[in-house]
Design a protein around this ligand. Structure first.
Ligand code: G3I
Length: 377
């Protein structure tokens, strides 16, 4: 069916606006970077806050006006070795989440032996720049060390291992890490049943409530989330997740909300954002937050201008849904630069998934995010 004419014109205007904003941002970044290189000999681009025009206002400043955290996953290695990465991170984002550094394999590779080095690097940067930190996931079926994955635990042993891990990690960051993904991907792909993992096998489904209780004991002020993918729209998996969260609340388990990963993969050509908004409202009506925890959109490489414009529109529509939702406190991109994104290594042939390119030039997705934060309403 043909799209109505007014809709097409509206979309075209948005594409043009996104492209113009991105082009403007690109030109200004390049001009200022060149000036800086020829003037002082420094190779580092200045913070974007020195820019003028529409690109001048960083996302975090725009987001603050909407009472929203704009966040990103961070690569803790790039954080120490790449000054330009640190600059954009500090300038643009108000919340950071370690992409891998607070996962179980990174923090407790041997029972009782904790390594907080990666997480501490992230926390130090966040402190320096006044950013909130979201940690986790505390419990996931993936990226566990062999002693966990292969653990043939009794119920009591498994609960003791969970206690040690959660108290060790959350306790270390008590009062510092403001929110945690407590349990990640507890439901199987269709949402019909619990996803198999070592905790389900040794404890049963109440491992979820136990994990939340331990996290709350370790830091009573921390905001605790249940996170999953394919829960952005009304459907069986989303219904199950809301029921699960409400069941936890009814038992007095301190869960604040749901995290929706929102990775957009190949094959998804369009998203009905009215359904996303409906879902966000239903979650709020159930008394829960709905945070977008891991947005990105991989496109076939090499990415064309129209792919990137589509990505920009999608970023804008999704963030707009969050901005106008009753309880969407955070929008987190899963990596902010194509220089460090999980997509190309795990989905060969796809990439260009984030708001900045590999040279840290803003893309139409950056402009889309900015436009959503600027839009009235
Ligand atoms: O830690 C080893 C390191 O020792 C080794 O030198 C290196 C060599 O390749 O590999 C390192 O581990 C990799 C790790 O990232 C850290 O770089 C793993 O192989 C790799 O599988 C892992 O990928 C991560 C992936 O989770 C694992 O599933 C991605 O970076 C990370 O972006 C991704 O994030 C997940 C979220 O946590 C949950 N939602 C889905 C999302 C995407 O899969």
């Amino acid at each position: 069916m043909m799209r109505p004419q007014f809709r097409w014109s509206h979309e075209r205007r948005r594409v043009l606006t996104a492209l113009v904003l991105a082009a403007l941002a690109l030109v200004v970044v390049q001009v200022v970077a060149c000036t800086s290189r020829s003037g002082s000999g420094a190779s580092k681009a200045p913070p974007p806050s020195t820019l003028t025009g529409p690109a001048a206002i960083p996302l975090r400043q725009l987001a603050a006006r909407r009472h929203l955290e704009i966040g990103t996953a961070v690569d803790d290695v790039a954080l120490t070795s790449e000054a330009d990465y640190r600059t954009v991170l500090a300038d643009q984002f108000s919340l950071i989440q370690p992409e891998n550094a607070m996962k179980w394999d990174a923090t407790e590779s041997q029972p009782g032996h904790f390594d907080f080095s990666g997480g501490d690097r992230v926390v130090a940067v966040a402190r320096q720049h006044g950013q909130a930190v979201m940690g986790g996931p505390l419990v996931w079926y993936f990226q566990d060390p062999p002693w966990v994955d292969g653990g043939n635990f009794s119920r009591d042993q498994a609960i003791a291992a969970l206690w040690d891990h959660i108290h060790g990690l959350v306790g270390h960051y008590r009062g510092v890490v403001r929110s945690w993904i407590v349990v990640n991907e507890a439901l199987d792909d269709g949402g019909g049943s619990y996803r198999d993992n070592v905790w389900l096998r040794s404890i049963g489904p109440d491992y979820i409530a136990i994990a939340f209780r331990f996290a709350h004991e370790a830091d009573p002020a921390a905001k605790l989330y249940l996170n999953d993918f394919d829960v952005q729209m009304p459907g069986p998996k989303t219904d199950r997740m809301i029921q699960m969260a409400l069941g936890l609340k009814a038992q007095g388990v301190p869960i604040l909300g749901l995290g929706s990963q929102f990775h957009v993969f190949r094959g998804i050509t369009s998203i009905d954002f009215s359904k996303v908004s409906l879902q966000m409202r239903q979650v709020a009506d159930a008394g829960l937050d709905y945070a977008v925890t891991e947005w990105d959109m991989g496109v076939a490489l090499p990415a064309t201008p129209s792919d990137l414009a589509r990505q920009g529109r999608l970023a804008e529509d999704l963030l707009r849904a969050c901005v106008t939702a009753p309880r969407c406190p955070a929008f987190i991109v899963w990596g902010f630069t194509d220089r460090h994104s999980w997509i190309p290594s795990q989905t060969p042939g796809y990439g260009a998934a984030t708001p900045y390119d590999e040279q840290l030039r803003p893309k139409p997705a950056w402009a889309g995010l900015a436009a959503a934060l600027r839009a009235p309403g």
